[in-house]
Design a protein around this ligand. Structure first.
Ligand SMILES: C[S@@+](CC[C@H](N)C(=O)[O-])C[C@H]1O[C@@H](n2cnc3c(N)ncnc32)[C@H](O)[C@@H]1O
Length: 247
């Protein structure tokens, strides 16, 4: 993992939990979803994945756990989280008290225990993308459902955040079919209604407090530069937040 990704996914993850815990429980979900998930996109995935309270579900690369906690709140499922960065694992435990295992692409599970696996904003941060998809497939039961949020390159990119590798849509479909998975639904993360005003306010308050506490810290500046590049690529249409459900 690059210095830049460590700053973003480990150090800032820990700081995010500190800030959200200090601000109060109503801030936790918006803080925990800073990594990628908007309520509209998460609901779209939960519906298309047909997640119910009795499903066994894995959130692979769960970050600080906001999307998993959102799924728990929406449908009553109790996801298991995997995440390689210790700061993010601890943040997810502290904010949401969900079960977390510290693991990257090699998952410490037998084959086939999960009805549903989702992995949001993770594939493009991984160099061995085929290895990750194969591993996600391995831990799904036969007929299980996989949900992904992937930042897909729509053109040749002139700048990229350090350590990221954005696949084209064709490459993404190839990765899935090589793992024996077929896409059953896909959607654009940019097409959902904006998050509710209260969610936006809470996310902004977390951001402002992070900036106030850590604005001078090189790790904060590195993480901000990384997310700034992604923001510019999305705004230019060179990257597209893409949701897929595959079986
Ligand atoms: C953009 S963040 C998304 C976090 C979370 N899924 C969300 O949507 O809020 C990407 C996450 O993938 C994790 N990650 C990086 N390499 C990974 C790997 N090989 N396997 C699983 N997760 C990985 C990072 O530590 C980071 O927490």
């Amino acid at each position: 993992m690059t210095r830049e990704m460590k700053a973003e996914f480990d150090t800032v993850a820990s700081w995010t939990a500190d800030v959200a815990l200090d601000l109060g429980p109503e801030y936790h979900l918006a803080a925990g979803c800073r990594g990628s998930g908007s309520p509209g996109a998460l609901r779209w995935l939960l519906q298309r994945l047909e997640v119910t309270a009795t499903d066994s579900m894995l959130d692979a690369g769960a970050g600080v756990g906001g999307p998993a906690a959102f799924a728990a709140a929406e449908v009553g499922v109790r996801p298991v989280l995997s995440e390689p960065e210790p700061g993010a694992c601890l943040a997810a435990r502290r904010l949401f008290d969900l079960p977390v295992v510290q693991a990257g692409s090699r998952l410490p599970f037998a084959s086939g225990p999960f009805d549903v696996v989702w992995s949001l904003g993770v594939l493009c941060t991984v160099s061995d993308q085929a290895g990750l998809v194969a591993e996600l497939r391995r831990v799904l039961r036969p007929g299980g459902r996989l949900g992904l949020l992937v930042f897909v390159a729509t053109t040749t990119l002139t700048e990229q955040p350090a350590g990221n590798d954005f696949p084209t849509y064709e490459r993404l479909t190839g990765l899935l079919s090589d793992a024996g998975l077929q896409i059953t639904s896909s959607g654009s993360a940019g097409e959902f209604a904006a998050a509710p005003p209260l969610w936006v306010d809470h996310a902004a308050a977390v951001e402002a407090e992070l900036q106030r506490r850590h604005g001078d810290d090189p790790d904060w500046q590195i993480a901000e530069r990384q997310s700034g590049i992604i923001g510019r690529l999305l705004a230019a249409g060179d990257l597209a937040g893409t949701l897929v459900v595959a079986r």
